[in-house]
Design a protein around this ligand. Structure first.
Ligand code: SAM
Length: 262
């Protein structure tokens, strides 16, 4: 399906927006900070010319900077019909599976796969498709949950109905679980782990140019909406941090990684 670009860079007040709504919707904290860093890297590293972008599992929300989206031809591949229907920013939408859908080699300057690989049973197949479709020097941006974090472990080992309950009652998202709405079922293939993703990159001619594990935005969200529950979880996280070997923070529930094709 081909669509005309429907990018609206203005806010409800009519002022020109500097950032996409997805970034503005993030609470102030590490997640927003890392996304701003990602934006500055994309702005610096991508060619200044018109861009070809592949959003794998793009759904209906883009996390890309407006300066990049504004000069790009965006192709979204998503397996969910409702997500495809709700997409307003892509020039081309394809109802398909990122594990099997293939583009000709050297098709894209940037592949973005944001909040998607945790939902995919065969991440290896999806990543191979990204590597094949990207130009030399092109970038792959992945945003995903950290399976070794507190939220990652809970998400991985809890049933889907619990994720829907959490979105509805803790996050306050009344539409959660309805067709085309998050949360989507998770698989947590071993390649979702940042260390395994880095090993894949090394073996497949990709250079890691940025990686950052950061506190999941669910924490600041919860601190605002449910301060008592948030305090309890913060205390639990601090105890786990003290007990677990190494200097890790179990609240680092998400990560960004940018890979460059050599
Ligand atoms: C959590 S949403 C993220 C959407 C968007 N990237 C965002 O961050 O808002 C996950 C998306 O991945 C899509 N998805 C899951 N498995 C997929 C697959 N195998 N192929 C294509 N899309 C897939 C879902 O339909 C959904 O739109």
């Amino acid at each position: 399906m081909n669509k005309m670009a429907a990018l609206d860079f203005s806010s409800s007040t009519g002022a020109v927006q500097a950032h996409p709504q997805s970034l503005l919707d993030l609470p102030h904290g590490e997640a927003r900070q890392s996304l701003l860093t990602v934006h500055s890297i994309l702005e610096a590293r991508l060619p200044k010319a018109p861009l070809a972008i592949y959003e794998a599992g793009g759904g209906s929300t883009s996390f890309l900077p407006l300066s990049v989206l504004g000069r790009a031809h965006v192709t979204v591949v998503d397996i969910d019909e409702d997500q495809i229907r709700n997409n307003t920013y892509a020039q081309q939408t394809i109802l398909g599976d990122i594990q099997t859908h293939r583009f000709p080699p050297d098709s894209f300057d940037l592949v973005i796969c944001y909040n998607v690989i945790e939902h995919v049973p065969d991440v290896d197949a999806a990543l191979r498709g990204f590597c094949q479709s990207i130009k030399r020097g092109g970038l792959i941006l992945i945003g995903a949950p950290n399976p070794r974090s507190l939220s990652g472990v809970v998400t991985k080992y809890s049933p889907h109905w619990f994720h829907v309950w959490f979105y509805r009652h803790v996050r306050g998202d009344k539409k959660a679980g309805l067709p085309g709405q998050a949360p989507f079922p998770t698989h947590f293939h071993p390649l979702v782990t940042l260390a395994n993703l880095e090993a894949f990159a090394k073996l497949n001619g990709l250079q890691v140019i940025y990686k950052k594990e950061y506190e999941s935005p669910r924490y600041p969200e919860m601190r605002k909406r449910m301060p008592m529950l948030a305090r309890l979880i913060d205390v639990g996280a601090k105890i786990l941090n003290a007990l677990l070997p190494g200097k890790r923070d179990v609240r680092h529930g998400d990560y960004h990684v940018i890979l460059r094709k050599l």
